[in-house]
Write a protein that binds this ligand. Structure first.
Ligand code: NAI
Length: 329
């Protein structure tokens, strides 16, 4: 039987991983701790570790895993910016889940957009307090607006298809544009200047770090709506706060935040929030924050568990896996 230490377990992870693990003869040890230098010892004696977006897989953790005989790191997510892949290469195999229903994330981006522009978040609170006033609730139509989509991979394309259904004009930027597609690509400058709404769907890399910053915010259309369901550090939070304060940015929908790792996914109610920038964002009436929940649907959870268990079995039983990011060889 294959033994996997499963870090940063949440209650919604367990049922699907137990189900697919049983079918694949994998025994998961569900641990609440995140993987980092202090917790790497918990992986001793396991064939592999299964980790998520806010586990830390830096060089020290990789050395710690290798020295404890761990053979693989199975990411149960698509993004891998939390893993030092270049350091892992040649030392340990890293696999991920490249796709698990891109509709799940695209639909969440749209849900946040509609909530913001039709003020649903305010209406929900007002009507519960028997306040049926409409003052300050005027929204705007999506039909006819220009949406700029940064990253036209699986999620970006699903998002574009939904936007087209709303009658929006789509402009897109991708470092590697799709060939033979009907998507209207343009340069990033043009997208920033022309879009009423901008949605990020590219990975976090050294190229994309703080893509939205003090300089690029100056070039945006006044009142633009920013949606980020990709990775927090695509946006410089200080510049974002300034952009909201100066009214250059009209509304913000964030499912991710650059300093989310110690805050998101946890119940911090009853505690003083130590993160001043996040606190300021949460106090702004035109900012909506969800805590990295865009992936959280029944369909995606089941698909993530299935692909992850397939990845583990392929690598540990057959010695190779099609979803390898780097391998030990
Ligand atoms: P994908 O790999 O299918 O597409 C990414 C696209 O970004 C590709 O077309 C690629 O060419 C493009 N790209 C790469 N470098 C770029 C650059 N410098 N500038 C512009 N575009 C660039 O990935 P997918 O599945 O569409 O996911 C996109 C991102 O969504 C992931 O990287 C991940 O960070 C995020 N994500 C967030 C989730 C959440 O729960 N909030 C869940 C799943 C993914």
């Amino acid at each position: 039987m294959i033994k996997i230490a499963f870090f940063d377990t949440k209650p919604y992870d367990v049922a699907n991983f137990e189900r697919f693990g049983k079918e694949a003869d994998i025994k998961f040890k569900f641990l609440e701790s995140k993987l980092n230098e202090d917790t790497v010892d918990l992986a001793a004696g396991y064939d592999g570790v299964c980790v998520f977006v806010n586990d830390t897989v830096n060089s020290a953790v990789i050395d710690g895993l290798v020295s404890r005989g761990v053979k693989m790191i199975a990411l149960r997510c698509a993004g891998y910016n939390n893993v030092d892949l270049s350091y892992a290469k040649g030392k340990i195999t890293v696999v991920h889940v490249p796709a698990y229903s891109p509709h799940t994330v695209a639909e969440h981006a749209i849900a946040m957009l509609l909530t913001s522009v039709r003020r649903i978040h305010k209406a929900y609170i007002r009507t519960r307090d028997f306040n049926f006033s409409l003052n300050g609730m005027t929204g705007f139509e999506l039909n006819g607006k220009t949406v700029g989509v940064i990253g036209t991979g699986r999620i970006g394309q699903a998002f574009i298809n939904i936007c087209r259904g709303f009658g929006m004009n789509v402009l897109a930027y991708d470092k590697f544009p799709l060939k033979d597609s009907d998507i209207s690509y343009c340069e990033l400058d043009e997208l920033f200047a022309k879009s009423d709404i901008i949605s990020f769907h590219c990975p976090l890399t050294s190229d994309t770090y703080h893509m939205l910053n003090e300089t690029t915010i100056q070039s945006l259309k006044k009142g633009v709506v920013i949606i980020n369901t990709s990775r927090g550090a695509l946006i410089d939070t200080d510049a974002l706060l300034d952009g909201i304060r100066s009214r250059q940015i009209g509304a913000v929908c964030l499912d991710v935040y650059e300093e989310e790792s110690d805050i998101f996914f946890e119940d911090n109610s009853g505690h003083i929030l130590d993160d001043e920038k996040l606190a300021r964002l949460l106090f702004m009436p035109n900012v909506i924050v969800t805590s990295h929940q865009a992936f959280l649907t029944e369909e995606a959870l089941s698909s993530i568990a299935q692909v992850t268990t397939d990845n583990i079995v392929s690598f540990l039983s057959l010695g190779e896996c099609k979803n390898e990011l780097v391998c030990k060889k």
